[in-house]
Design a binder for this molecule. Structure first.
Ligand code: SF4
Length: 298
């Protein structure tokens, strides 16, 4: 971490009203705790339970074993599937394996997208506004009742899809709410018979709304989260779209030197950021000369 100038004029730190772990992540971590209590270590996980390096390292320390393929899970193991969900093929394959237990931490918001995708008939088109290659997007497509699946990354992609039959638009839970509205409008303009049945999840909307409030109060924003966290990256994009300087930081040690030149700074954690990590970054900023309205530094 760059050495801050503690003698600069007073600098204001504004904390987001909603920050850090969402309910889906808390539920997934509770399932991991229960699995450890009931079965003991090791607990095998297909990929990360949530996209946060600190959480993953702490879980590994407690007995989690992360694998990238079901074949790497030995017979008799306990398997926990992560909050982002997996394809139906993986769920079925896990059920066929001789495992002691298979626990599924798929967030209910994601599970709803799985059910909607599964409801499509083979001659109907599924359009997913999402991030290609993200586990959630792969899982949703992997539940579709049709092979006519398209992933779009923005409103401009809507015009490139060509003719679609009874299209259904689903939205990955962690996209930006504002950009999702633009995608829906563009898709409706092109496909009058569009069935659009989802929005970003409640937790993503809450954090994006809290971030918009922060943007009204601070000139620059620090978002805490890992580089591969979709929801944390969306928060950075939303802040920049509101004309704010914004940085994604993993922890207090990765605060960039430019942060210490700001006079008003907003702080928010993505949905997979644990409370103790939030506090450590906040305390580093307070120790470096920032002050919150209710909690000035010594
Ligand atoms: S960000 Fe939304 S979809 Fe993802 S785990 Fe949290 S509540 Fe569930």
């Amino acid at each position: 971490m760059a050495t801050p100038d503690c003698h600069s004029p007073s600098r204001r730190l504004v904390l987001a009203s909603v920050s850090g772990f969402c309910q889906g992540v808390e539920h997934a971590l509770q399932l991991f705790d229960e699995a450890l209590r009931r079965h003991g270590a090791p607990i095998h996980l297909l990929h990360e339970l949530v996209h946060n390096r600190h959480v993953t390292e702490e879980m590994a320390r407690r007995g989690a074993v992360f694998v990238s393929d079901l074949d790497e899970v030995p017979d008799g193991s306990v398997l926990l599937l992560g909050a982002h969900g997996v394809s139906r093929r993986i769920e079925e394959e896990a059920g066929r394996r001789r495992l002691r237990a298979v626990l599924n931490a798929t967030c209910p918001f994601v599970a709803r997208l799985h059910r909607l995708a599964a409801s499509l008939r083979p001659d109907e088109d599924l359009v997913l506004y999402g991030q290609p290659g993200h586990p959630e997007a792969i899982g949703i497509i992997g539940h579709a009742g049709t092979e006519r699946c398209h992933i779009i990354s923005g409103p401009e992609d809507a015009a490139r899809l060509g003719p679609l039959h009874r299209p259904m638009l689903l939205i990955q839970t962690t996209m930006s709410h504002e950009s999702a509205e633009r995608v829906v409008a563009a898709m409706r303009g092109t496909y009058p018979d569009l069935r659009c049945v989802t929005d970003v999840c409640h937790a993503s909307r809450q954090r994006q709304a809290a971030l918009e409030q922060l943007c009204r109060e601070a000139a620059a924003i620090v978002v805490i989260g890992s580089p591969h966290s979709a929801n944390a990256n969306r928060l950075v994009e939303v802040a920049r779209a509101h004309g704010r300087r914004a940085w994604l930081v993993e922890n207090a040690d990765s605060l960039p030197p430019d942060v210490w030149r700001e006079t008003s700074l907003g702080l928010i954690g993505g949905a997979s950021v644990p409370p103790d990590l939030l506090l450590r970054v906040r305390d580093a900023l307070l120790a470096g000369g920032f002050a919150t309205d209710g909690n000035p530094p010594d």
